[in-house]
Design a protein around this ligand. Structure first.
Ligand code: BTX
Length: 325
């Protein structure tokens, strides 16, 4: 978002009443005509701004949509999401984030869309991403970590999502290894981590987060109704996608700060406190075959440890898991 517009919005939000055009033009070091032009731009984004002669401008209401300015103006992060790319419709926010990364965009760029026509899940699966009801976003991160540590970021993200949702609504949530946030047995959010790497060096990571926020049951395709749910269905009230996006970005930056400072240990502890996968008899379907056993824990790299009936411990890097009992 344009820097002047960002500051202008900040001034309007700060003041409960009118702020004169003169005062705004002095604070922002631009002409009063420029202020008026930026006000017009904000109105186009859905801000309701009252203008009264000799009194100035007053913010009456913020847009209900996921407009980037309304997110950034409330976002208390230092780097994550400060560069926010919003689209009404995209194929997949992952694709756009990859393109930005290849073009050299810095760590912390975020892509957000109101609707994805071809939302991506893992292993070539698709992610149902209807218009106006969910949160579909991708974070571009350039971490200084070895390739083997990338799964940690998926786990960190699931903790950030769960904690952010809990700030807004009190419903029971748990994490299913590696990437699902569930309410009961149904999936409310999914995470897709993709990376670009050379040898053992991570170039960048794109972390896709998909959350079913305000869908009603009948809005899900029939085949998803038994396995998917939304926050609205569970909480029995609609939630603000904007507030949720802000909470996720803030939680994510905070947890990542902890991760950079103290390593994976503290994040691992939080993940373990919220997971439903450990101690369960599960079957893991991996790209190399199926393993059945008890989920004993995760390693310091975020890899699942599965003990089979013969007592052999298997390291599961990527799989779909199903609980058997
Ligand atoms: P996954 O492969 O673990 O889950 C995909 C599976 O989940 C599908 O095969 C389907 O059974 C089910 N599913 C599809 N859509 C939904 C939904 N809306 N709610 C619940 N279950 C569903 C999970 O992959 C990773 C999803 C990441 C999505 C984000 S959205 C922003 C970013 N952009 C993008 O294209 N993908 C990511």
């Amino acid at each position: 978002m344009n820097e002047i517009r960002k500051q202008l919005l900040h001034e309007l939000l700060k003041s409960r009443g009118f702020v004169s055009g003169e005062e705004l033009s002095q604070k922002l070091s631009v002409s009063r005509t420029a202020i008026w032009k930026h006000i017009e731009e904000l109105r186009k984004e859905g801000y309701q701004i009252e203008a009264v002669r000799k009194q100035g401008y007053r913010l009456v209401a913020e847009p209900k949509s996921l407009s980037p300015s309304s997110i950034i103006s409330h976002l208390q992060t230092t780097w994550l999401g400060q560069n926010l790319h919003y689209f009404e419709e995209v194929e997949s926010t992952q694709t756009i984030a990859h393109r930005l990364a290849r073009e050299g965009a810095p760590s912390g760029n975020v892509v957000l869309a109101d609707h994805q026509q071809a939302g991506k899940g893992r292993l070539g699966r698709s992610w149902f991403s209807p218009k106006g009801t969910g949160l579909w976003m991708s974070l571009l991160i350039r971490p200084h970590i070895p390739l083997t540590s990338v799964p940690q970021l998926t786990l960190l993200t699931s903790v950030a999502v769960l904690r952010a949702v809990k700030q807004l609504v009190s419903i029971p949530l748990h994490i299913k290894w590696p990437n699902d946030v569930l309410c009961g047995q149904k999936k409310v959010a999914g995470i897709l981590t993709e990376l670009d790497a050379e040898a053992d060096r991570v170039g960048y990571v794109i972390i896709g987060i998909g959350i079913n926020v305000n869908q009603q049951e009948e809005e899900f395709p029939t085949e998803l109704r038994t396995k998917a749910t939304s926050l609205r269905i569970e909480a029995q009230k609609a939630l603000s996608r904007k507030e949720l996006a802000i909470a996720i970005l803030q939680e994510w930056e905070k947890l990542y700060g902890l991760y950079e400072q103290s390593g994976f240990g503290p994040v691992k502890t939080l993940w373990e406190a919220h997971t439903c996968s450990l101690g369960q008899h599960i079957v893991a379907r991996t790209p190399h075959g199926q393993v059945e056993g008890i989920a004993r824990g995760i390693t310091d790299e975020g890899v699942l440890l599965l003990e089979d009936g013969q007592g052999t411990m298997h390291k599961i890097y990527s799989a779909d898991i199903e609980t058997l009992s």
